[in-house]
Design a protein around this ligand. Structure first.
Ligand SMILES: C[S@@+](CC[C@H](N)C(=O)[O-])C[C@H]1O[C@@H](n2cnc3c(N)ncnc32)[C@H](O)[C@@H]1O
Length: 216
């Protein structure tokens, strides 16, 4: 079937999915359970190639969903990671994928709100969230993948994110060219980050964008 193009229409399609969906990224097969945000493989490959992660460094992915991004880094680059997500079904899905690829010793998936599942002393070289991009009230869990009321969770991500970085680390935001970046840009300035890089891949459905931020 043709997958609808706008993000909101795409969510309607995802609400009809009742079976686990295989997703092949960088030649590896993962599973995305019903109720878990199903991205295009192109955007995950793009994030994988553009996050500023050197070998031997560590990654925290907020809103990891299916967990594929930290799993790719663990499989291909031996990078240690932690993934968090609000949804229990996302964490179940991510653990299933970690088991399937034999990297449960390198990536730890934890359920909870943003940074709440972390130990107080944990720090990371790169913190990333392919974030919520709309500011109205979410109507259900699927909507919560892309929407938070008044951008509340994106605001907290930017406000608190710097405290989880190692010295020299980067806070990264996945966004989309389809959404209005006014709020995001205002908070980047208010919370005193320098924008190191912005890159985008426009030829996929999601039109992903990455902002790489450094705390001033
Ligand atoms: C756009 S999806 C990204 C999923 C996956 N990382 C990807 O790139 O395909 C955003 C994810 O953030 C999660 N999320 C939303 N609000 C959150 C919060 N306050 N704390 C943790 N995760 C959250 C959603 O459940 C969803 O899995």
């Amino acid at each position: 079937m043709d997958i609808p193009v706008s993000t909101k229409a795409y969510l309607n399609y995802l609400r009809t999915v009742r079976e686990p969906t295989p997703l092949i990224v960088r030649g590896r097969t993962f599973t995305v359970l019903p109720g878990v945000f199903l991205p295009g493989s192109g955007s995950l490959d793009y994030f994988f190639q553009h996050l500023p992660l050197k070998d031997g460094r560590t990654l925290l992915e907020i809103g990891t969903g299916h967990g594929i991004l930290p799993l790719l880094y663990a499989i291909e680059r031996d990078i240690q990671g932690v993934g968090t997500d609000l949804l229990p079904e996302a964490i179940l899905c991510a653990r299933l994928n970690a088991n399937r690829h034999g990297v449960t010793d390198r990536v730890d998936f934890r359920q909870g709100d943003l940074f709440q599942p972390l130990r107080r002393d944990e720090r990371f070289d790169v913190v990333f969230w392919n974030t919520t991009v709309f500011g109205e009230k979410p109507v259900d869990d699927m909507d919560r993948a892309v929407t938070s009321e008044n951008y509340e969770s994106l605001d907290r991500y930017l406000r608190e994110g710097r405290s989880w970085l190692r010295p020299g680390g980067s806070l990264c935001v996945g966004f989309t060219v389809d959404a209005d970046p006014t709020f995001l840009k205002a908070r980047i300035a208010e919370y005193r980050y320098d924008i190191q890089a912005v890159s985008s891949l426009e030829k996929t459905r999601e039109h992903p964008l990455i902002y790489v931020l450094r705390p001033r």
